[in-house]
Design a protein around this ligand. Structure first.
Ligand code: APR
Length: 241
């Protein structure tokens, strides 16, 4: 693999698994259960589910929001933050971290260039004024929007059937990239699952770092299997060497 200049990194739930945050789909180990084995997607991750039972949905995200604030970034988040800092310090190079994760562990590790394409747990979206506000507490009591005062807040999380954030800048970065790296994602959910094919069709090199082969594994030029906390720091050392 030649030395890249412009890197786009896609992360998924697998990078936060070793911080104690559940992935969505279990990895087949009997002691592990993914979030979607415990909850029906259509109940807690669709606009229709929210309209049907807002208390259930607000409570689900209130618990996840409280839980995430008790977790810490792991060695993989720290390694990517170091890469982000060192790579973006050079004017002739660019690095973008695109995450499907709604936790803030990339930022807490110190990464600056992060796009949360599926939204953020620590943010509230007002259905009345459509503004996004930083949010750390519960929403079950129907607090007022800090921007417009209406009691129309919802979790700022992209649900199934909704448009992910920042797609234009993400595709722009992919077009200008010469390396695409996918970390800790099953490749089950589009459009993120299609980034590897988009990258390949544009002649971008592709690398997968994951515990097991993802659904789109065959599209990658190279796949390294193992825990993110080991593979990511190794790869970052390699690329910065
Ligand atoms: N290190 C590396 N990879 C890991 C680790 C680990 N320690 N633990 C688990 N993985 C891998 C699993 O093998 C799996 O391939 O991470 C992947 C997690 O897959 P998912 O649970 O499907 O998570 P993700 O790909 O991020 O889901 C995408 O689906 O439900 C939606 O919106 C939700 O953003 C989410 C999207």
């Amino acid at each position: 693999m030649h030395k890249p200049q412009n890197i786009v990194i896609l992360t998924g739930a697998g990078i936060s698994a070793e911080s104690g945050i559940d992935t969505f789909r279990s990895d087949g180990r009997p002691e592990k259960q993914g979030t979607w084995e415990q909850h029906r997607i259509e109940d807690v991750a669709t606009p229709e589910g929210f309209a049907r039972d807002p208390d259930l949905v607000l409570n689900f995200y209130d618990m996840r929001r409280a839980d995430v604030q008790t977790k810490q970034p792991n060695a993989a988040h720290h390694a990517l933050a170091r890469l982000d800092r060192e790579w973006n310090a050079r004017a002739d190079r660019a690095l973008l971290i695109v995450t499907q994760n709604v936790d803030d562990l990339h930022e807490r590790a110190g990464a600056q260039c992060v796009h949360h394409m599926h939204g953020e747990l620590l943010s509230a979206l007002c259905s009345a004024c459509l503004e996004r506000s930083p949010w750390t507490g519960p929403m079950i009591g129907r607090p007022a929007c800090p921007q417009c005062g209406e009691t129309a807040l919802r979790p700022d999380v992209v649900w199934f059937g909704e448009m992910p954030y920042d797609m234009e800048s993400i595709y722009g970065a992919l077009r200008g990239a010469d390396l695409f790296v996918s970390i800790g994602t099953s490749g089950a959910v589009y459009p993120a699952a299609g980034f590897v094919q988009d990258a390949r069709s544009m002649g971008v090199q592709t690398l997968e770092l994951n515990l097991e082969r993802s659904e789109g594994s065959g599209w990658f030029d190279e796949t390294r299997l193992g825990a993110a906390s080991v593979l990511v720091p190794e790869w970052v050392d390699e690329i910065l060497a």
